[in-house]
Write a new protein. Structure first.
Length: 79
């Protein structure tokens, strides 16, 4: 984030599509697709997308997306 005396500004938010993992250029859509294709763990996400295999800064965000999508898939199976 950059601060220029005003509110902090997130340069990552300008990228289209927004990248979750900047090191490997992985988007949220890439992660969601991998999860819907069967990835259920961080290790499987890393294998399928290479997200979180560079600097690791995105690991928490990748994990949160993984959990959100697994919960969503679980709800769909119950319905």
């Amino acid at each position: 984030m950059i601060s220029s005396g005003m509110e902090p500004f997130d340069l990552n938010s300008l990228m289209r599509p927004k990248r979750v993992c900047l090191c490997r250029l992985v988007t949220e859509a890439d992660l969601v697709r991998a999860i819907h294709d069967g990835a259920e763990t961080m290790e499987e996400i890393r294998e399928k997308t290479r997200a979180s295999t560079g600097c690791g800064t995105c690991a928490k965000q990748v994990y949160n997306i993984l959990q959100r999508e697994l919960q969503s898939l679980s709800r769909r199976k119950i319905s």
